[in-house]
Design a protein around this ligand. Structure first.
Ligand code: PBG
Length: 324
């Protein structure tokens, strides 16, 4: 059958009809809000390359989390920026470090809010790489021990979920074993399984002061040209005990999201990263795009590609629109 019997426009005629046949839904429950926490008191520091995003001291973070939870957003993911950085990234696994203190404050005030901790060392090392160095290269096996130590510190402080983003080999297994041995076998791991070496992380690195002092991250993050390799990364993380997978960034990697969705049954998250956020903000500031519409279209596209959950700096604005 075809035209004139078939007319595709019939089901597009009214909003109600369009809603009835919509194949993708975007809901507030799908959103995870990334937040930056700094040392100090009473601090709200705007991030210039990410308009609308601030770095908060712990007291202000708790206030902001109330607003986030009030919008119905179920989860946040925390990134810590310590006062002092050192070659061994000690702040990352210090039980009294910025993240454990932030987690316990947030969980105390808002026990229902799911608190996810990003696990990586780049915000804590003075050289800005995602692990400890051995001859200008990140030492894999020494780093994963420290990542497991960091995960344990966060979980002891009350984190609901840990999300390793370093791209070291074997870190999921190392974290799983460490958590299990300490009695935290009920805490899930969301693995940044397919994380690409992307220039779209630029604004985040301003916010986290984590730009590598030399070189780049291509010796551990994935090559943007590869997709079969992403499936291998996912497979290995599943074998090591990951509970959820993530693809990052989202927009230039929608095909990767779709492939991972096809091949794996685990819940899948996609990270709509800082540069993707900054692009829409910049275009909107110039009056070149209708911000609300491109934002919802972007998030819907990420879900349509196959993501169940989206980590996004748009979460508050998106939730406000979706709640209307
Ligand atoms: C690493 C980490 C990064 C992001 C999340 N976790 C930065 C990086 O790999 O350089 C980037 C997120 C974003 O750009 O929004 N700890």
């Amino acid at each position: 059958m075809s035209f004139p019997l078939v007319r595709m426009r019939r089901l597009r005629r009214t909003p109600a009809l369009r809603d009835m046949v919509a194949e993708t839904t975007l809901g507030v429950n799908d959103l995870i809000y990334p937040m930056f926490v700094v040392e100090g008191q009473n601090l709200v520091q705007p991030v210039p390359s990410m308009p609308g995003i601030d770095r908060f001291s712990v007291d202000k973070l708790v206030e902001e989390c109330r607003a986030v939870a009030g919008l119905g957003i179920p989860a946040i993911i925390l990134f810590g920026i310590p006062d002092k950085k050192d070659p061994l990234g000690r702040g990352a696994y210090d039980p009294k470090g910025i993240i454990p203190r932030a987690v316990s404050a947030v969980k105390k005030a808002l026990p229902e809010l799911v608190v996810i901790c990003d696990v990586c060392m780049c915000e804590y090392t003075d050289h800005g790489h995602c692990g400890i160095l051995d001859n200008q290269d990140v030492h894999n096996d020494a780093t994963i021990e420290l990542l497991a130590k960091a995960s344990l510190a966060y979980v002891k402080a009350g984190a609901d979920l840990v999300a390793p983003s370093d791209m070291m080999d074997g870190r999921v297994l190392e974290i799983r074993e460490t958590l299990d041995e300490a009695g935290f076998d009920h805490i899930p791991i969301m693995s940044y399984a397919a994380k690409y070496a992307s220039a779209f992380y630029g604004p985040f690195r301003d916010a986290a002061e984590s730009t590598p002092a030399f070189g780049d991250r291509r010796a551990y993050q994935m090559d943007p040209r590869n997709v079969r390799e992403a499936l291998r990364e996912c497979e290995l993380d599943v074998i090591e005990g990951a509970d959820m997978l993530m693809v990052k960034p989202a927009l230039p990697y929608l095909d990767v999201i779709a492939k991972v969705r096809e091949e794996f049954d685990l819940p899948l998250a996609a990270y709509n990263v800082s540069g993707e956020y900054a692009m829409l903000k910049a275009a909107a500031a110039n009056g070149w795009l209708d911000y609300d519409r491109v934002m919802l279209e972007t998030l819907t596209g990420i879900k349509r590609a196959g993501a169940d959950l989206i980590l996004t700096y748009h979460a508050k604005e998106a939730a406000a629109l979706l709640n209307k």
